[in-house]
Ligand binder design. Structure first.
Ligand code: DUC
Ligand code: ZN
Ligand code: ZN
Length: 469
């Protein structure tokens, strides 16, 4: 492994901001200091004028994931390459139990798929079938397999949803064994009624996806999940929080000292439900769950990031093509052209998280630079058992580093992305701030627009505990 020196950069972590050089050896940060001198055998990268950030940590991705009749279009090779170009060097991806099977089998299958990953990868386990065997297998997953976070769905009856009793049982096992429960918090039964009524009334357009998933029902389920977690004594993580009502429930619980954490995603911070008014079928690009909301929710989310009631921004990268591509219809939004309820729920975002949050947060004066690093790398690493190996720049940490130009202006275009997906939620948006170079455990994997990484270079991240901040 070559030794590398990054010189003259401005190092920014969740708490620090200073100029120094970083010497990398054996994939780790060996020395941080001023004016480090090295021999000719050391590769030197000049970071003058650039920020040196810890590699981004995206704890919510769905690569090569079967979802009802659909499948996300990115393989681990394409999705992690896209992540790297966006400054993300660690992802935690969702694998799932199949009905009637052990979650251990789901993990085994996921390991086969993730073998092509080009950045480091951990796994959360989605539980669909909570029974005595599943509860026993949870302990094996935590202790032996390094999977210490479990996601359960309170939505999608008949596909992914579990009832409150199942959720509560899984919570108790997680709480007693050092793990954390993640929930998709929406009232699935009520939403199903609203969807069936809309379809019966002949409403087919993508806008009805939003109209049938009211923010009140996200708030209700978030409150319910928190109360169950409180009783079960487990840390809880609310994924993809989009609604002011849900945030109010999180805030109330945190004020009482309950261990509840929450993430939101760039699309909820930068887009509103007006996108569903686009002509033709264009609104289908924005069909993700929960849906985009109106501006007052957005203001609440920015406030939550300030008050630390929201601690993480992840992508929920769940890519389906807009038009059918060579991969086939199950990878495409066109599945729901005649019926909004059949549009695969999910949207891409793995490559644009850092620039969007830098631009809309730091450059627009809503977030400090330290807070930007905190919510995109440090806190997700801490919450999911990866810190201090990941999420910071410190002696001994993995040398996952991003050289970031805080001044470059550029325009987001799907055609220039590295994902297999054929659109961006942010097509044509001009942003300030661009990833220039990315190092994964000391290896330069992105250099401008050059890809130097390798499929399969990513390591599996064993995470023995989560949610113990
Ligand atoms: N929830 C997710 O977290 N991802 C994709 C679909 C969904 O509903
Ligand atoms: Zn979800
Ligand atoms: Zn998701």
């Amino acid at each position: 492994m070559p030794t590398t020196l990054i010189k003259n950069g401005r190092i920014v972590t969740a708490v620090d901001d200073y100029r120094a050089d970083i010497l990398i050896k054996d994939g780790r940060i060996h020395t941080i200091g001023r004016d480090l001198s090295v021999g000719a055998e050391v590769a030197v990268h000049d970071a003058a004028g650039l920020l040196v950030l810890p590699g981004g940590v995206d704890v919510h991705t769905h690569l090569d994931w079967e979802f009802g009749p659909s499948r996300t279009v990115d393989t681990f090779a394409t999705g992690t390459k896209a992540a790297a170009f966006g400054g993300t060097t660690t992802i935690v991806d969702f694998c799932n139990q199949s009905k009637g099977e052990s979650p251990l089998k789901g993990l085994e299958d996921w390991h086969r798929r993730r073998a092509s990953a080009a950045v480091d990868v951990g796994a959360h386990m989605i539980l669909l079938d909570v029974n005595a065997q599943t509860l026993a297998d949870m302990k094996i997953l935590i202790e032996r397999e390094g999977v210490s976070s479990f996601k359960l769905f309170m939505a999608y009856p008949g596909v992914l949803m579990v009832d409150d009793g199942a959720l509560f049982q899984a919570m108790r096992v997680a709480g007693a064994n050092g793990a954390m429960i993640c929930v998709h918090a929406e009232n699935g039964a009520v939403i199903q009624v609203l969807v069936q009524e809309a379809v019966a009334a002949g409403h087919t357009s993508p806008k009805y996806h939003m109209l049938t998933r009211p923010s009140l029902m996200e708030g209700e389920a978030t409150h319910r999940a928190i109360r169950l977690a409180e009783l079960a004594d487990t840390p809880l993580y609310i994924v993809h929080l989009s609604a002011a009502e849900a945030l109010a429930a999180v805030t109330e619980a945190r004020d009482r000292g309950i261990h509840v954490h929450a993430e939101t995603c760039p699309h909820y911070l930068f887009l509103t439900d007006k996108e569903y008014d686009r002509p033709e079928f264009e609104g289908a690009k924005f069909v993700m769950t929960p849906p985009l909301r109106d501006a007052h929710h957005q203001h609440a989310l920015w406030r939550g990031l300030k008050t630390n009631d929201l601690q993480v921004i992840s992508t929920d990268h769940c890519p389906f093509c807009f038009n059918e591509q060579p991969y086939g219809l199950k990878y495409s939004k066109q599945l729901g052209r005649e019926d909004f309820s059949k549009i695969p729920n999910g949207a891409p975002g793995i490559e644009t998280r850092l620039p969007l949050v830098y631009d809309g947060g730091v450059a627009k004066g809503r977030l400090s630079l330290n807070r930007f690093v905190d919510i995109t790398a440090t806190t997700p690493a801490k919450l999911f058992g990866l810190f201090p190996r990941k999420g910071t720049i410190a002696v001994g940490s993995d040398a996952d580093l991003v050289l970031f130009d805080p001044n470059e202006r550029w325009t987001i275009r799907a055609a220039e992305h590295h994902s297999r997906v054929d659109y961006s939620l942010f097509e044509g948006r001009e942003v300030t701030g661009r990833v220039k170079k990315v190092f994964l455990r000391g290896d330069l994997i992105v250099d401008g627009d050059r890809w130097l990484g390798r499929d399969g270079q990513g390591e599996f991240l064993h995470r023995p505990s989560s949610g113990r901040l």
